[in-house]
Design a protein around this ligand. Structure first.
Ligand code: HEM
Length: 509
């Protein structure tokens, strides 16, 4: 069904069908209360592309893998990031997640070397060690909130991997608490009068969020200044040859900054000597001020931990509900450990290996664990929807989407679409055969988005996820504590509303 509407004096817009008859304020209320089900119901009722209004904003929900491919891959230049991320700029700044255009391209060039396969592999030892360390601290029979544990663990891993920094417990706690206040507050900013309330600093929530923002700033700027002191005496004559292989992101950014400043000073003094006024045209010399380094760091710390923590939380939850799947994973792990033991006996391994942990070398053998993680991110995609704003009128299917409209593509909705997944609500890791993957349209499964703005951390996340699951399940079984209501809390990522409590049972008797 088509709806033709005369929304402005000159334009006759042909809208796809959608809940246009419902008052925009009513949809907005529904959306704020339960965005996932609102999208799910609209997609089920109106199909591949639907239209509605959220307050005064034209919104299109796209629920067809080919259309999503068109938007994210072929025509990405016609879109900018959605409003939610514009709001997030307030605390993320202009890092890789929020920046646009040339700034984004140049930032990606800086960050990219830290996500090349060899570098990702090098993070493996951190991932395995930290998982084993955490699981060694757990006590048989105790109750943990697995969401909190996973947030802490993935946060420690990202700090060590990107900054070679062991965040102490107090700092980590301060950071994650401040981050969670800032996240909650961002939701409030999306309320129709959120920005008005935000301008009243004496309101307790506003004051609290500003304090939290300041805490995040302090932690990150302290990190930057501490590291600056450490590299003060480092020789930077060869900074361009300092490959990302042997340094961390923070050090590399600061050494580049230092080299640029030195070159700037030298240039200045040469220019003074020659007494000419020719300006230095190379803008890279002024690149990477502390603020940009702060934005890179905060972006990496935030994008690089909460998503993976949610993926793992939901995975452990699903495993706890499916003993037959748990059994298959533990069999996979045991066979790897058995091989390690056999190799130990034949004297072919070093001491490190006999310490019993699952490492990067074991990844090719963890095929079933990978399927479990894949299936878990199908049912509970950590990023449950992607938003974009249309820059110029855009043709999609039978419609022209007007400039400035918002479009949404929801992983949560698409991943449960029965056109692509038999029995879509069933947690069935075995569905992920090579054959199934070959025939699945590219964007019927897109937990990491895709195209130019797709997730740079995807290989990091797969490796981290599989190593954490296997190293923890090597020692522990988790039983869901009864009488909990497990509820979704969809912000930018898909959290469980009140965490998930698990009772721990040691598997090493
Ligand atoms: C299971 C874990 C993860 C999931 C599901 C995930 C998902 C996503 C998605 C869907 C996007 C695209 C958003 C959009 O198109 O608007 C994205 C972007 C991004 N992710 Fe991830 N992510 C994960 C882990 C990570 C990790 C571990 C890192 C860093 C170590 C990371 C860093 C980023 C960055 C920097 C971007 C922005 C890329 C750009 O715009 O160029 N992510 N992620």
């Amino acid at each position: 069904m088509l709806v033709v509407c005369c929304s402005s004096m000159e334009k006759n817009i042909k809208y796809p069908s959608g809940p246009t008859s419902i008052l925009p304020a009513k949809i907005l209320r529904k959306f704020l209360h339960d965005p996932i089900n609102t999208f799910n119901n609209i997609a089920k009722k109106y199909g591949d592309i639907s239209h509605f209004k959220l307050a005064r904003q034209d919104v299109y929900l796209i629920n067809n893998p080919d259309y999503i491919e068109q938007v994210l891959i072929y025509d990405h230049h016609n879109f900018k990031k959605g409003k939610r991320l514009q709001t997030a700029k307030r605390f993320l700044g202009e890092g890789l997640v929020t920046s646009e255009g040339e700034l984004h391209d140049s930032q990606k060039r800086v960050i990219h070397p830290f996500f090349l396969p060899k570098k990702i592999s090098s993070y493996g030892s951190i991932m395995s060690k930290y998982s084993v360390d955490v699981s060694r601290q757990w006590i048989d029979g105790s109750i943990i909130d697995i969401h909190k544990e996973m947030i802490d663990l993935t946060f420690a891993i990202i700090c060590k991997s990107m900054m070679n920094y062991d965040m102490d417990t107090k700092e980590a706690e301060q950071f994650t608490k401040a981050f969670s206040i800032t996240k909650e507050y961002s939701k409030r900013l999306q309320h129709p009068i959120g920005h008005v309330l935000d301008s009243i600093p004496i309101l307790p929530k506003v004051a609290q969020s500003r304090k939290a923002g300041q805490t995040l700033e302090n932690i990150v700027y302290n990190l930057i200044s501490d590291r600056k002191k450490m590299i003060q005496d480092q020789d930077i004559s060869d900074v361009n040859n300092l490959k990302s292989d042997n340094t961390d992101l923070l050090t590399k950014l600061l050494l580049t900054q230092k080299a640029n400043e030195t070159t700037n000073l030298e240039n200045q003094s040469k220019n003074n000597q020659k007494n000419n006024n020719i300006k230095n045209q190379d803008t890279s010399y002024s690149a990477l001020p502390d603020k940009q380094i702060r934005d890179h760091l905060i972006t990496m710390l935030i994008a690089g931990h909460e998503t993976t923590a949610n993926a793992l939380t939901w995975t452990f939850y699903l495993i706890s509900q499916h003993p037959e799947i748990e059994k298959k994973i533990t069999q996979e792990i045991e066979s790897i450990l058995q091989n390690q033991k056999d190799e130990d006996k034949s004297g072919t391994t070093d001491n490190q290996k006999s310490k019993k942990s699952i490492t990067v070398k074991d990844l090719p053998k963890l095929k079933y664990t990978e399927k479990v993680l894949r299936e878990s991110m199908r049912l509970y995609p950590p990023v449950w929807s992607i938003g974009r704003i249309v820059k110029e009128d855009y043709d999609l299917g039978d419609y022209t989407i007007p400039k400035d409209s918002a479009i949404f593509m929801s992983q949560y909705v698409m991943h449960r679409d029965s056109r692509f997944y038999e029995d879509p609500e069933l947690f069935n890791p075995d569905r992920w055969t090579d054959e199934f993957k070959r025939h699945l349209p590219r964007f019927a499964y897109f937990p990491f988005g895709g195209g130019l703005r797709g997730c740079i951390g995807e290989p990091f996340a797969w490796q981290e996820g599989i190593l954490i699951i296997s190293n923890i399940m090597m020692s522990w079984t988790m039983k869901l504590v009864p009488n909990q209501r497990i509820k979704l809390d969809p912000g930018i990522t898909l959290n469980p509303k009140k965490g998930i409590k698990m009772e721990l049972h040691s598997r090493v008797k």
